[in-house]
Design a protein around this ligand. Structure first.
Ligand code: SF4
Ligand code: MG
Length: 318
């Protein structure tokens, strides 16, 4: 099929010592086409990172199905899952914390090639040089150590490591959030170039709607462990339908005053995911809430054309 990833009704509950349960991900379904980049946006704590890690089975779901590249990922035994990991990589937010300071950059980038026994030693060394070039670092970077590099360069090292095995899917979890604004677009452009060169698919997580817009084909808006809106990037930004999406978008400064959106204030904090609100979980903060919103979770509706669905979970579209 054309889908690289298809998750169905994915749920993750973390039991607490207190007897409570964190409802981190609540029945999420999503299909990702080969070569497609899906942006996942939402406030921190809304379940984006947990959802992406569930998709790679880096953490075990409580329930739900994951199909990756035509196979059932949930039924794979540990050894087969490790082999499959070649095709699924992750880029972390913090390049400082995610690189081992005692390893040379060459060893860091070569490690996945070693683990999966790709080629012989000389071939792996040659691949490291090639990977450094791909991410815009000089060949002599291989002999140096992470602390000798700037934040942006370190993220390039993390990217080189993530693409070393020529994966099909890369989860990028806030990959530019820790970087200076001036460096962010350089790293984003690198990710865009690599996607085209290597036919990558990204699950791209960010709380920054400008970053998400730049890189995504489609965007999933998450709120308290659910995807509440899912659409092609242009449709989502031109016609945000869910009150939560509208609130997120209205918080972005608009340079052109004639195009300024009516400002929706995102009132209150994200509720505790241990005790999510009943009905539509956004109802305590929603300026448009209806009576049924406090008791009934809204069904997903398509407000877009059949061939380019624009899905929204909100009673305003019942
Ligand atoms: Fe607001 Fe109701 Fe829509 Fe939830 S379902 S976003 S509370 S209008
Ligand atoms: Mg996160």
């Amino acid at each position: 099929s054309d889908d690289l990833l298809a998750v169905e009704d994915l749920t993750k509950h973390f039991p607490l010592k207190t007897g409570g349960v964190i409802h981190a991900v609540n029945g999420v379904s999503l299909r990702q086409r080969r070569g497609e980049t899906i942006g996942i946006v939402g406030e921190s704590g809304c379940g984006k990172s947990t959802f992406a890690r569930l998709c790679l089975r880096l953490i075990e779901p409580t329930s739900g199905a994951i199909r990756f590249d035509g196979g059932d990922l949930r039924s794979l035994p540990a050894r087969a899952l490790r082999a499959k990991r070649r095709d699924m990589q992750i880029i972390f937010q913090d390049p400082y914390a995610s690189l081992d300071p005692r390893m040379s950059v060459g060893d860091i980038i070569r490690e996945p090639l070693d683990i999966h026994a790709i080629g012989n030693r000389a071939e792996r060394r040659a691949q490291v040089v090639e990977l450094l070039e791909k991410v815009g670092l000089p060949p002599d970077a291989a002999r140096r150590y992470p602390h000798e590099f700037s934040g942006g360069q370190r993220q390039r090292i993390g990217i080189a490591r993530a693409i070393a095995l020529r994966p099909k899917l890369v989860v990028a979890d806030e990959p530019v959030s820790a970087l200076d604004l001036s460096i962010q677009s350089q790293v984003l452009n690198l990710l865009v170039t690599l996607r085209a060169e290597m036919n990558l698919s990204y699950l791209f997580i960010s709380h920054d709607l400008a970053v998400i817009r730049h890189i995504s084909d489609r965007v999933a808006v998450m709120y308290l462990g659910r995807i509440v809106e899912l659409a092609e990037v242009d449709a989502l930004y031109a016609n945000p339908a869910h009150p939560y999406t509208r609130a997120l978008l209205s918080a972005i400064p608009q340079p052109d005053p004639t195009r300024r959106r009516p400002r929706t204030i995102l009132a209150g904090d994200l509720p505790n995911p241990e005790t999510p609100p009943s009905g539509c979980p956004f109802h305590p903060r929603c300026p448009s809430a209806l009576e049924q919103c406090a008791t009934v979770y809204p069904a997903s509706r398509n407000i877009g054309p059949p061939d380019k669905p624009h899905l929204v979970d909100c009673h305003l579209y019942d």
